[in-house]
Write a protein that binds this ligand. Structure first.
Ligand code: SF4
Length: 208
């Protein structure tokens, strides 16, 4: 900020009324700052879009209640993953994907969470825990089924103790397919939940 010397205090003006109004305007301009970002981005970078699979995102449900848009907390629940999905999920906070610019962040508490992200194969032992975490979340809340295991059991489907699909346990809003899905697809899935539309298919109107 450049130094603003007051002509009144410097003794070159006899009264504050003699000071040019532009001095006061410059003074106000430097102490009242407009926000630097006024438009919230709604689509991933083209580079992220290029790494995405157009068929990966499936919107399973279209909730009609409004959803908080500017700041969305994610609670991740590992229901029995091989950690492949977690590796990709953790890249969302890297500089390449930087999901915080869209308003997303992780939270350890279900009570603070807006979106429940579930990875891994759904076993019978995890069903009550998934119910418990989902019930602790405050409405409006959404569920992201992340990876083939969470969607239909993947390679573990039919194994003893494996329930299979997450959709019969909690209401799944968006499913992101892949084993594992790419971070670009996960980001698209999150943006689809936030906006009710896939950013890569934004030309198509979505009817609720
Ligand atoms: S979908 Fe693939 S990467 Fe993800 S937990 Fe299952 S086996 Fe692992």
């Amino acid at each position: 900020m450049p130094a603003l010397r007051c002509p009144w205090l410097a003794g070159t003006a006899k009264s504050p009324l003699e000071v040019c109004p532009l001095y006061y305007w410059n003074w106000l301009r430097h102490i009242v700052r407009l926000p630097e970002t006024t438009n919230f981005p709604t689509a991933p970078d083209p580079a992220v879009a290029e790494m995405s699979d157009p068929a990966a995102i499936e919107m399973a449900a279209r909730p009609s209640d409004p959803f908080p848009r500017r700041s969305i907390a994610l609670r991740h629940l590992d229901a029995g993953s091989c950690n492949g999905c977690e590796s990709e999920l953790s890249l969302l906070s890297s500089p390449d994907y930087d999901f915080t610019r869209y308003g997303f962040s992780f939270t350890p508490s279900p009570k603070h969470a807006d979106i429940l992200v579930i990875t891994g194969v759904i076993t019978e032992a995890m069903v009550p825990i998934i119910h418990n975490v989902f019930e602790q979340m405050a409405a409006p809340k959404r569920v992201l089924a992340l990876g083939t295991c969470a969607i239909d059991g993947g390679v573990f489907a039919g194994a003893p103790g494996v329930v299979g699909s997450l959709s019969g346990i909690v209401p799944v809003t968006v499913a992101v397919a892949g084993c594992p899905p790419s971070p670009g697809d996960i980001l698209r899935g999150l943006l689809t939940i936030a906006d009710h539309r896939d950013p890569l298919a934004s030309r198509k109107a979505v009817s609720r």
